[in-house]
Each structure stands twice: as structure tokens, then as C-alpha cells.
Design a protein around this ligand. Sequence first.
Ligand code: ADP
Ligand code: MG
Length: 222
Amino acid sequence: MSIISATNATKVYQSGDKELRALDGVDVSVDPGEFAAVVGPSGSGKSTLLNLLGLLDEPSDGSVTVDGVALSSLSKRERTDLRRETVGFIFQSFYLVPTLTARENVAIPGLVRSDRERLIERADDLLTRVGLGDRLDHYPNELSGGQKQRVAVARSMINDPDILLADEPTGNLDQNTGAQVLDVFDEFTDEGVAILTVTHDEQVTDFADRTIRLVDGMIQDA
Ligand code: ADP
Ligand code: MG
């Protein structure tokens, strides 16, 4: 039973009088504990797909189901709640808050549901797992690109998501640090988390259980 799926997912953008099919009938699903990688050239629809699966956007046609719930059956509010409870997101450009420490950046999205003390403990544990146990009180401008990316990885897990969606999670990392993040992903999948990541990094596709190729908004059979 997949935890997340898109069926015939289609996204059409209107630009002037022309239609642009960013996604054109994509079927994809990920099981609990599975690590799937999406690859494809720039403009092939990877981020669009990730945004649909992450409930950040709605398809023009087709359906998205997360944790057994069809997106189309949800109000905006319900969608936000389901996303917060179920989905962790690692954005390509991190979006760390510059005035907060690494620890606070990781803990913040959990504030709505946990007490402060437990949250800080979990933030510290997650930061330690991504190799930043000695950077808890550093601010983003005191961290390298790779370290910021690892803060974003830790933050994505603060609410114990069932699904982790990641846009180029190793994009700014050297080989060793990338491998470290992949080891952490491996631990997450052992705990039953489903991971879908968009990537150009061959280290990631080597590591993934399955690679999905997108070209012009369509899945290309291997
Ligand atoms: P990728 O992540 O694979 O580089 P995207 O999913 O970002 O590709 O974009 C797929 C296509 O959709 C591209 O041609 C892009 O220009 C177009 N596109 C993405 N977002 C929008 C938007 N908000 N409005 C119009 N066109 C868009
Ligand atoms: Mg993209």
C-alpha cells in the first residue's frame, strides 16, 4: 500500500495564449520505507511534481492521495493540517530563518504540537544525526552551504513525517557530506518513512530503491 501517490497528474500553466503542460499524465507512488529518486532535465516538471505530492499545489487534472486521503476531498485548511502532520519538505533553497540558530530553525515547525523541552531535545538529536551536533547554536550565516542544507534535512523531520519530499537534498554537498545525508535517509526509511527526492546526483540514484525519469512532464520508461 503506497503512502503517497499521483494518478494521471497533470499540470497546465497558461502563459499568454499558450498552454504549457508542465506535467502530462504522471503516475507515481511511493511505499512506506521506500526511497525513490526522480531525475530529468531542467524544466521537465520535477519541482511541479514534488509540489503536487507535497500538497503545496493542485493538479489541473488527475489526483493526488496522501496517507489514504484524496487531496480533492480536502479543504484548504485540512490540506495544510495533513501536510504538517504527514509531509516533511526539503526545499532546494533551504529557507532558514537568519535570526534563529540551527537548533531553533529545526525546532520551530514543531511548536504547534510539542512542548518546548521535547522539541529542543528532538532538534538536537536530529542535528547530531546529520553531523551538526557541534553547531547547535550557530546562526545560518555562520554555517557553510552544506551545513545549512543539513539543517534543512533535520528540520524536515521535526514533526515525524511519514513522507519526506526533497528537492536536490545533496545539491550543495561534497561527496562525503552527501553520503552522510544519504545514510540519515537510510535510517529514516528503516523507520518506515517514504522518501521521494528530485536529484541530478548519481550518488543519490545509486542509493535509491527506484529511479523515475521525467522528460517533458512525462515519465519515461527505463
Ligand atoms: P524542473 O523542476 O524539472 O526544472 P519545473 O517543474 O520547475 O521543472 O517546471 C516545469 C515547466 O513548467 C517549466 O517549463 C517551467 O518553466 C514551467 N513552470 C513552472 N512553474 C510555472 C509557473 N508558476 N507558471 C508558468 N510556468 C511554470
Ligand atoms: Mg526544479
